[in-house]
Design a protein around this ligand. Structure first.
Ligand SMILES: [Zn+2]
Length: 450
């Protein structure tokens, strides 16, 4: 479809900066022109027109750490200590989830993401055959990196799932779906398996990926301070130099690694992450809710590590709202460091857009509004009391905009939400399916426990 988005303020997060009274031209999936409205007027006759006066147009937000299917556990278990939370609540519940539940949960997250201006989601969950997260994202028209999470206790199952996932989904749905290999964490994936997963990634890239369209890695790393001890206890290895050095000694770190959390880091870890080009997905809401600690994001940024943002799952957040994450990221590091100049609004918006794209090795196609890139954009209605008056769009985007201010969203040039109505799936129906899935899961859980 060819369309023009006319009259909005375009925050490009790219070389053009902010364009007041701008026009954005989309042909099929791509941005083909962007500039001042008066310069582009009449140049694209017959194109469908979206009136963006009073709106701010931004690159769609990129959520680099999710477990999309887990929306079904939203509010199921809050406020427990981590071990009890996982072992007594989350894992027993998850063991009752079928492929269909995973699909429904991911569909709910996809709708929620689109409705809050997120156009790309990096999700780590279990890949199963017929129904899965990839199918849900494709149905909703959401761009995503779909992972299969790997554990030492189920290697054969993982190997098959990863091969199936790569074959069935990498580059599919008009290129909006990519896949990843997801070692769960250093303490659940033994050193030999970690190395095997690295070789498998190379093999799968040879078959299904390319340097421009790679199959990446997504893992949890340094989420809590006891992680080195957990690795030592699990695999009888020495992790004296910390988990980052340990992983590096296995030769698995690289530019294609998205490392979620990185809360408990020493100075030398930060240097090593930079040297290897590892990307850090920062999840401030989740880290606070689980009392994991606070990632040294200002130091990571100062060292030149790419830091993107994520919500983490609905269990530890409990929403998929990247505007909330942006605001909290900006506030948290100011507060704990006693320095209000840290993580200024413009920096944080970059973390949620272009740096998210870099984290997913997708920056050539998404993350900013530039000619040649994919048309993944969100239109935000700024005609609201809480966004008035307006001095600086960046400031409002990070500190004042609410997810519900997002009005219209395009992904890959397709209008997936218009005036807050999701066009790809029936939102009411998705919520009904999720509510039904919850009832079925609770039934299964009680019969399991009897
Ligand atoms: Zn996670």
């Amino acid at each position: 479809m060819n369309l023009v988005i006319v009259g909005g303020t375009i925050v490009t997060v790219g070389s053009r900066g902010i364009i007041q009274d701008g026009t954005l031209v989309v042909e099929d999936s791509r941005i083909v022109d962007v500039g001042k409205s008066n310069e582009l007027k009449g140049k694209y006759p017959g194109y469908e027109k979206i009136d963006a006066r009073g709106k701010v147009v931004i690159p769609g937000l990129i959520n680099t750490h999710q477990h999309a299917a887990m929306s079904l556990l939203r509010g199921y278990a809050d406020d427990y200590p981590l071990k009890e939370w996982l072992e007594e609540w989350i894992w027993p519940f998850e063991s009752c989830m079928t492929g269909y539940d995973i699909y429904v949960g991911a569909l709910l997250t996809a709708v929620e993401s689109i409705m809050s201006g997120t156009t790309t989601v990096n999700t780590m969950y279990h890949y199963v055959g017929d129904y899965n997260e990839a199918g849900a994202f494709a149905e909703a028209g959401l761009r995503g990196v779909i992972g299969h999470v790997c554990f030492s206790w189920r290697k054969n199952q993982d190997r098959k799932a990863l091969r199936d996932l790569a074959e069935n989904w990498h580059g599919k749905s008009s290129g909006t779906i990519r896949v990843s290999v997801d070692p769960h964490a250093p303490y659940t994936v033994d050193p030999e398996y970690m190395k095997e997963l690295r070789s498998l990634t190379t093999e799968l890239n040879g078959k299904h990926g390319s340097p421009a369209d790679p199959i990446i890695w997504h893992m949890h790393l340094a989420e809590t301070s006891d992680e080195p001890k957990k690795v030592e206890d699990a695999f009888s290895v020495s992790v004296e130099g910390g988990v980052v050095e340990y992983l590096d000694s296995l030769g698995v770190l690289g530019e294609d690694v998205v490392a979620a959390h990185c809360v408990s880091l020493e100075k030398r870890d930060i240097g090593l992450l930079r040297e290897r080009g590892v990307k850090v997905a920062h999840n401030p809401v989740s880290n606070l809710k689980l009392a994991s600690g606070i990632s040294p994001v200002p130091s990571l940024l100062e060292e030149g590590v790419t830091v993107s943002l994520g919500t983490d799952s609905a269990c530890s957040n409990n929403v998929a709202d990247m505007f909330e994450v942006m605001k909290l990221a900006a506030l948290l590091h100011k507060g704990v460091n006693g320095n209000p100049t840290l993580l200024p609004a413009e920096r944080v918006l970059r973390m949620a857009t272009i740096d998210g794209a870099k984290a997913l090795s997708w920056e050539r196609q998404i993350g900013s509004i530039e000619v040649g890139k994919k048309a993944d954009v969100a239109l935000i209605n700024f005609d609201k009391p809480h966004l008035c008056p307006l001095y600086n769009e960046m400031s409002h985007l990070v500190y004042a905009v609410r997810a519900a201010d997002v009005e219209t969203v395009l992904i890959n040039g397709r209008i997936v939400m218009e005036d807050r109505e999701v066009k790809t799936v029936d939102t009411e129906e998705v919520m009904e399916k999720a509510a039904e899935a919850k009832e079925r899961l609770l039934e299964r859980l009680t019969s399991d426990q009897q």
